[in-house]
Design a protein around this ligand. Structure first.
Ligand code: FAD
Length: 537
């Protein structure tokens, strides 16, 4: 069982931990899994929901990063490609291989021959397990595949393999896997300060349960990891007030349009007018587009999408697909995330800074990790563990996710879904979120609910409360089921039914239920705030 209530009960049972991790994004959850799987007593504290930081706001690719080849970052690309291959095997329901189209137009920064070398290297790094080898389309022949591409100046295209994922679900599944190995992981628990031994070594943390509003709790530990990504320097300053920043945060925005407004078959690499590389990615009846890369120095929690971000992405998209004529009105959802890059101080543009991760150990023993990629979270977690717990033997371990069952596929659940009155696409959609756990999710279904989609989402929300640490309506509709980003109504049609189902389970009063609905609506409004600001200007 992985509910927040279970985790609070586990916290009562244990007073000292071998490793305390601050931050429940993919980095913290990945380290929690790798440590707990080796018998380490782990506590992870996350101030919001799991994945509520950068780990639900990425481009959602599991990739080697073909663009890093240009920066000669061969180690990063090799690691990315190899980790991608490992994840295809370990998490087939969450990590989906697909061929990306890389068109080359006259005036693009990289010539066609350079792309061909890059794709060969990419395949070579993937080794024998690579099922989708690259393909070359000379001249305009790629238009048979993607007819909406700009024809003017098209010199050729390559098809290379990478993967799509659901970043938030991947993070939550890794958190659940860690809990199954004995880790205690608590969301909505903010670390406010540290405790020290007389000799200055770190001894524990003081944290606040943001849901109970009760007294702060104190927990002691032997080793401490700061895995707070964009907040890394905020936490470091709790330990070393006034320390120099190690992290440079840059903002990356994505927007979503209905797929029929940009009907691409495969993800497509785009170039903005300033030559930056971006993606158009088809998903669940939508196409999402991004990302931007601009310096951001404000409070990470106050990050929002601006109209200038949206117009920049739309311009790059209309440049690549001139017949699309996308406008601000086409945008149905948007998200902004913060990269935490090394504070190089060398005057590099954001997109020139390496995406590799770095570690920093303070005098008190707090290890801070920043940077990295979703893709390489396991390799990064093992490397972090070698620093945080140097006496631990850290070889490779299989990733034992809750939804994994060899050979399971969407068709296995077609009959079950039909009997539950769900539409034809439901088995695929449910499998991509839950893998072999689909029957356990469908068991939560309330037959009294007429609307099939609301019935399915409510069942998923109940499952999310019981087994995936969800406690708020936004946890369920945004990070567990992706409705906020990938449904035409941003999940609004089902919001009352889902709130009712969660409320019955969690004992919400009528007032609390209404406040959860209001908070979700406010979150959706905040996501689209740039639109009201642009109309008001
Ligand atoms: P986060 O996910 O930000 O987690 C840090 C957590 O710490 C947060 O949840 C926060 O709430 C918590 N925290 C902060 N302060 C406290 C406190 N006091 N107490 C408790 N908790 C606290 N990588 C890929 O592999 N593929 C991609 O396609 C990709 N695309 C990207 C696109 C963008 C725009 C961005 C920004 C990044 C992208 N990345 C991608 C990189 C990847 O998303 C990040 O490397 C990864 O998500 C970072 O995870 P994290 O756990 O380090 O940070």
């Amino acid at each position: 069982m992985s509910s927040r209530t279970d985790m609070l009960a586990r916290l009562q049972d244990q007073t000292e931990y071998d490793l305390i991790i601050i931050g429940g994004g993919i980095t913290g959850c990945g380290v929690a899994y790798e440590a707990a799987a080796r018998g380490v007593r782990v506590l992870l504290l996350e101030q919001g929901d799991f994945a509520s930081g950068t780990s639900s706001r990425s481009t959602k690719l599991i990739h080697g990063g073909i663009r890093y080849l240009k920066q000669m970052d061969f180690r990063l690309v090799r690691e990315g490609v190899q980790e991608r291959q490992n994840l295809i095997a370990a998490a087939p329901y969450l990590v989906h291989p697909i061929q990306f189209v890389y068109p080359v137009h006259a005036g693009d920064p990289d010539p066609f021959w350079a792309l061909r070398i890059g794709m060969m290297l990419y395949d070579w790094y993937a080794g024998r397990s690579n099922l989708l080898r690259h393909k070359v389309y000379p001249g305009k022949t790629v238009l048979a595949e993607e007819p909406n591409l700009r024809e003017d100046g098209l010199q050729g295209a390559g098809l290379y393999a990478d993967c799509l994922t659901d970043d938030a679900r991947l993070t939550v599944e890794v958190a659940r896997a860690a809990a199954r190995k004995g880790a205690v992981l608590l969301n909505y628990m903010r670390v406010d300060r540290f405790l020290y031994h007389a000799d200055g070594r770190m001894a524990g943390v003081v944290a606040t349960d943001l849901l109970s509003g009760g007294e702060p709790i104190q927990v002691t530990g032997k080793a401490f990891l700061n895995a707070t990504g964009p907040w890394a320097d905020v936490i470091r300053r709790l330990d070393e007030p006034g320390c120099e920043p190690t992290v440079r945060t840059t903002k990356g925005v994505h927007i979503t349009v209905p797929h029929d407004r940009l009907p691409i078959k495969r993800p497509v690499v785009m170039h903005a007018a300033d030559k930056r590389l971006m993606f158009a990615v088809p998903r669940d009846g939508f196409t999402y587009l991004g990302t931007t890369d601009t310096d951001y120095e404000g409070d990470p929690a106050a990050l929002t999408v601006d109209e200038s971000d949206v117009t920049y992405i739309l311009a790059a998209t209309n440049r690549t697909f001139p017949r699309a004529h996308l406008t601000l009105e086409d945008v149905v959802s948007a998200w902004a995330g913060l990269r935490s890059l090394a504070a190089t101080g060398g005057g590099l543009k954001p997109s020139q800074v390496s995406r590799d991760y770095r570690l920093h150990t303070s005098k008190s023993g707090l290890v801070s990790v920043a940077g990295g990629k979703l893709t390489a979270f396991q390799a990064m977690a093992r490397s972090v563990l070698r620093t945080v717990l140097p006496h631990l033997s850290v070889g490779e371990l299989p990733l034992d996710l809750p939804g994994i069952a060899r050979g399971s596929q969407p068709a296995d659940f077609a009959l079950l879904a039909r009997e539950a009155g769900l539409p034809a696409g439901a088995p695929q959609e449910l499998w991509a979120r839950h893998g072999c756990e689909v029957p356990l999710v469908l068991e939560q279904m309330d037959p009294e609910v007429d609307d099939a989609r609301a019935r399915m989402l409510a069942a998923e929300a109940v499952f999310a409360v019981r087994h995936e640490f969800a406690v708020t309506l936004t946890d369920a509709l945004n990070r567990r089921t992706a409705q906020m980003l990938f449904s035409r109504d941003n999940g609004m049609r089902s919001v009352e039914v889902v709130a009712g189902a969660m409320g019955r389970l969690l004992g919400w009063s009528e007032e609390e239920r209404a406040s959860q609905v209001a908070a979700y609506r406010a979150e959706v409004a905040r996501m689209m705030n740039w639109r009201s600001r642009s109309i008001g200007d």
